[in-house]
Design a protein around this ligand. Structure first.
Ligand SMILES: *Cc1c(COP(=O)(O)O)cnc(C)c1O
Length: 359
């Protein structure tokens, strides 16, 4: 039996995709082998990775002057790749809206001057700071954001005014959750294990002029975007199986109606949960309303014992992974693309029952 899995990542995937992968496990389309067992230079695999890229381009409407890279190392390794590849002036502006932005900022400091031009640390990252007129240095190489803050449940609904500088965004936990105007960014990247596929793949969408040989001295060959771009993500063995599953998820999104449909589906789910939280006598959301994420919904009862009781009873009732991040406490429901609407409806029913019993 499948549970309702509210994990922040690795997270729920569409059941259809998992079933298809299961069907193809022993013999992928007459090749007599699993995708895990085939050469990444084979004809069959070439089709898999090319189709995956094309489907992603179609879904996101990615312009031709952007490269799509399938990489490894997690989003965390990309924290270093950004300064290594972009810090020509050794200066960048970081907006600190949570732990992932902070980690990226700290990593960038190894390579140059990384300036925290805005932060919401003063209120435990429960909001997105006003980024309409930041003090961005003239010679900054880029402005960095974490667009959806997985741990705290906030989202940039308006991109910062970068004053003409290149925008770099970590979209790990909002990737493919809604339509996006790629041209507003220099680099969009994310680990896929939140909303797109299995852990082990990072997708990076990078404007071509940012992919050059002019990288920081000492940048490893593998971490130079030019190496990966020149080799169509096949410089070495890519995370083959993970890319194959991502490709299936892209096809699933297309079938569901693309990113407009995903957005509508995600808004509907989030509304059910937020509407309940806003009138509940027991539970309350922890984030400023205007900055609420559609993907990660943190909430608390205000009583740690009651929080723990809730998580335990929810688990017994088939709602998994509702415990909040270890640094925040309380609860968090991650309701990514593949979470069905019934999952959220049933969770809210369960919360109502818990409230009646404990209030
Ligand atoms: C999970 C997450 C990361 C870290 O991803 P890894 O692939 O584990 O390195 C970074 N940024 C955001 C926004 C995340 O949600």
């Amino acid at each position: 039996m499948r549970v309702y899995n509210f994990s922040a990542g690795p997270a729920v995937l569409p059941e259809e995709v998992l079933k298809e992968a299961a069907d193809e496990m022993l013999d992928y389309k007459g090749t007599g082998m699993s995708v895990m067992e085939m050469s990444h230079r084979s004809k069959a695999y070439d089709t898999i990775i090319k189709e995956a890229e094309q489907d992603l381009r179609d879904i996101m409407n990615i312009p031709d002057n952007y490269k799509v890279l399938f990489l490894q190392g997690g989003a965390s390794q990309f924290f270093a790749e950004v300064p290594m590849n972009l810090m020509k002036n050794k200066k960048a502006a970081y907006i600190i809206t949570g732990q992932w932005a902070k980690k990226a900022w700290q990593e960038a400091k190894i390579y140059g001057e990384a300036i925290d031009v805005a932060s919401s640390a003063d209120k435990t990252f429960s909001y997105i700071p006003d980024c309409s007129d930041l003090d961005i240095p003239e010679d900054a190489d880029y402005v960095y954001i974490c667009e959806n803050n997985t741990i705290y449940g906030t989202k940039f609904w308006q991109l910062p005014n970068t004053k003409g500088k290149t925008l770099v965004a970590d979209v790990s936990s909002c990737f493919l959750s809604e339509p996006v105007d790629v041209t507003k960014y220099g680099v969009i990247y994310g680990g896929v294990q939140k909303n797109v596929g299995p852990a082990g793949v990072v997708i990076a969408i990078i404007r071509e002029d940012l992919i050059t040989d002019d990288v920081l001295p000492g940048t490893p060959t593998m971490l130079k975007w030019k190496t990966q771009a020149d080799n169509d993500s096949l410089y070495n063995t890519p995370p083959c199986y993970g890319i194959y599953i991502c490709g299936k998820v892209f096809k699933w999104i297309k079938k569901m109606g693309g990113l407009e449909a995903m957005k509508a589906h995600n808004e509907k789910k989030a509304k059910i949960l937020y509407d309940f939280l806003d009138q509940s006598k027991l539970f309350k959301g922890t984030v400023e309303k205007k900055d609420r994420s559609l993907m990660n919904v943190p909430f608390v009862t205000g009583n740690e014992e009651l929080d723990a009781k809730f998580v335990k009873e929810a688990k017994a009732a088939g709602f998994e992974n509702l415990k909040g991040h270890r640094t925040v406490g309380g609860m968090r429901a991650s309701i990514y693309n593949a979470m069905p609407i019934e999952g959220v409806e049933k969770l809210v029913e369960f919360m109502k029952k818990f409230e009646a019993e404990n209030c």
